[in-house]
Design a binder for this molecule. Structure first.
Ligand SMILES: NC(=O)c1ccc[n+]([C@@H]2O[C@H](COP(=O)([O-])OP(=O)(O)OC[C@H]3O[C@@H](n4cnc5c(N)ncnc54)[C@H](OP(=O)(O)O)[C@@H]3O)[C@@H](O)[C@H]2O)c1
Length: 286
């Protein structure tokens, strides 16, 4: 049977990758809303959309993702990443809508040195991370039917991201300093989009479960930049630096690699290595 699916934040990286793939999923009747057609903090609009569509699934790709700006824009960040989920969950409960909500590795403090599991202690060290954790908690306390998928270091041919920033900077400079003491894993938004659409029905069967999703392998930002320029055959001098040499308004976890064993055992999903996925993404970029 055709399942009706609403997608918020449809003009972001993940939203656009889901849109691109949507025609391959003829069991899904997908409806996309950008921040103009649906501001998720607008309670009346949220209610009217749920009243109209009565969806089977809701994929929440909307988020406040400007990690540094969030440090001085706290209220707005919490409105979008946390508070909006109250009334979204209430509407979803009313129509028996299953929520697929995207969260982040930034819910962790980065003090571990082996990959984070879903049940590990959270302890965010930034406003963005705290707001996303609050969003997770609101869903857990309010929603009858949801999954949380935590992801990290997301990039795509769309939007602003590390890959596109590196390619732009390479046109402007001959040398770059890149942070080497933050360890995690990049995630190609198209891979995550494909996982969600392929498993949307199975996800509902794993009600209230949290999953970690990033590409396989481990990287520092330096490794990531190095691989981007290697694949693109761009000659540029890269100098590894530590985070304290590149101060930013927001703190970031030093280590945020996520363990994907649960994803693998529940869905049989083997996520591609980040270098393979990066190659695919770069083939779509000039
Ligand atoms: N990007 C990363 O590195 C990263 C890492 C870990 C987790 N995540 C999570 O992954 C998810 C998808 O991220 P992404 O990279 O696709 O983010 P993105 O490219 O920044 O897209 C987020 C989208 O949310 C929209 N949005 C913002 N406020 C909204 C509101 N009030 N109502 C409706 N839409 C709103 C934005 O629209 P406007 O542009 O029009 O404001 C934007 O299109 C998010 O939950 C994010 O927290 C991302």
């Amino acid at each position: 049977m055709l399942k009706k699916v609403l997608v918020s934040g449809a003009s972001g990286q993940l939203g656009l990758e889901i849109k691109d793939l949507s025609s391959s999923f003829n069991n899904l009747d997908l409806h996309f809303f950008d921040s103009k057609s649906w501001d998720i903090t607008n309670k009346e609009k949220t209610k009217s959309i749920f009243d109209e569509y009565k969806p089977d699934y809701f994929i929440n790709c909307a988020a406040y993702t400007a990690v540094d700006k969030a440090e001085s824009d706290i209220e707005k960040c919490y409105e979008i990443n946390a508070n909006a989920l109250h009334h979204i969950a209430e509407n979803c409960n009313l129509y028996n809508t299953h929520i697929i909500h995207i969260s982040t590795d930034f819910v962790f403090d980065g003090n571990k040195n082996i990959p984070y599991e879903e049940n590990d202690q959270t302890n965010p060290i930034s406003v963005y991370g705290k707001s996303k954790l609050e969003g997770e908690n609101i869903l857990s306390n309010t929603s009858n039917s949801f999954n949380i998928i935590r992801t990290s270091w997301v990039y795509s041919k769309y939007g602003s991201n590390f890959v596109k920033t590196m390619l732009r900077l390479a046109q402007e400079r001959k040398e770059l300093n890149i942070v080497i003491d933050q360890i995690g894993s990049p995630t190609y938004a198209k891979d995550l989009a494909s996982f969600i659409l392929e498993n949307i029905i199975n996800l509902k069967d794993k009600n209230k479960e949290i999953y970690h999703y990033s590409n396989q392998g481990v990287a520092s930002w330096y490794d990531f930049a190095y691989e981007i320029f290697k694949i693109k055959n761009i000659a540029i001098k890269l100098t590894p630096i530590n985070s304290d040499q590149f101060p930013t308004p927001s703190s970031r976890p030093k280590y945020s690699l996520m363990n994907k064993n649960k994803l693998n055992s529940d869905f049989g999903t083997i996520v591609e290595h980040w270098k393979e996925s990066l190659l695919k993404c770069l083939q779509t970029l000039n």
